[in-house]
Ligand binder design. Structure first.
Ligand SMILES: Cc1cc2nc3c(=O)[nH]c(=O)nc-3n(C[C@H](O)[C@H](O)[C@H](O)COP(=O)(O)O)c2cc1C
Length: 267
């Protein structure tokens, strides 16, 4: 096809505008009410035929359709942060985390306390006066994810009836949130989240201290709606993955995380 045979975009727009103009003229002549959408004011008018207009509606949202759809998509993508306190790559904690990640809706991010490059809080007191944290490491990314996410799962083996030390190292970096509220009187995380805790233990069955510590960390991250502890407390005898109660607990956490999210409003 030769270049001059193309119809330019401008010509197409001109033709379309002309067709609309003719249609409007025709409707006016036939006395059919003419309805016009004013893009500037985003108001829909009916022409009264005497040169005046009556407002009949307004566009409810300011964004363009494509912007709205991409916003809705990001709103409905559930995000879950998982803090893994175990050093064992294929251990009990990991096997239960895998059960969660196999089935979880949306996206997730795992912080592996033994392998991440996150140093413990040094109590430098930067956050007494400033937002954020002075230590520039992988935790900076996690702070961002904490802001965005919908759910937070803490999963850890029991070590002396507590969460593991490395997990507490990561947890110590949440001190910035405590300082924001306590010293600077600011709320550092506006979005509230759901929380859950998975614990595994070799045999003593004492989960209360670890669960309570995990809940404290979750509170720091603005999680107050927290699922009951899910645990497998006899891993010396039976791997957590074969513990029926723990698996039932995993399914319960999965549905707890998703609940109410289906009520997203598309109107
Ligand atoms: C240093 C250390 C301390 C532990 N303390 C406890 C404990 O207090 N209570 C308990 O039930 N199990 C305890 N255990 C056993 C682990 O919690 C158990 O083996 C667990 O299943 C390991 O999980 P993982 O495979 O995910 O790392 C301890 C293990 C270690 C290495």
């Amino acid at each position: 096809m030769k270049r001059e045979e193309y119809i330019s975009d401008e010509t197409v727009i001109k033709c379309a505008n002309e067709a609309v103009r003719i249609e409007l003229e025709k409707n006016r002549a036939l006395g059919i009410p003419v309805v016009i959408y004013d893009r500037e004011s985003q108001i829909i008018y009916r022409e009264n035929g005497v040169g005046s207009r009556t407002e009949v509606g307004r566009r409810r949202r300011k964004e363009r359709y494509s912007e709205r759809i991409s916003k809705q998509k990001s709103e409905i993508t559930m995000k879950t942060l998982i803090l893994n306190g175990s050093p064992r790559i294929n251990g009990d904690t990991s096997s239960l985390i895998n059960k969660i990640t196999e089935k979880i809706a949306g996206e997730y991010r795992i912080v592996d306390a033994y392998r991440c490059k996150i140093s413990p809080c040094l109590d430098c007191r930067y956050c007494w006066k400033n937002s954020g944290c002075a230590i520039n490491d992988e935790m900076q990314e996690i702070y961002k994810y904490i802001q965005e996410c919908d759910n937070i799962l803490i999963a850890s083996p029991l070590y002396f009836s507590e969460l593991t030390g490395k997990l507490l190292d990561v947890g110590s970096r949440l001190q910035t949130y405590f300082c924001a509220r306590y010293f600077r009187k600011e709320e550092p995380i506006t979005k509230s989240k759901k929380g859950a805790v998975i614990l595994v233990g070799g045999g003593d069955g004492h989960i209360d201290t670890a669960y309570s510590t995990a809940c404290t960390l979750l509170h720091h991250m603005n999680c107050y709606n927290i699922h009951d502890a899910v645990y497998s407390h006899n891993t010396n005898e039976r791997p957590a993955i074969d513990d029926e109660n723990a698996i039932l607990g995993i399914y319960s956490i999965l549905s707890f995380f998703c609940r109410e999210r289906i009520d997203v409003n598309f109107s």
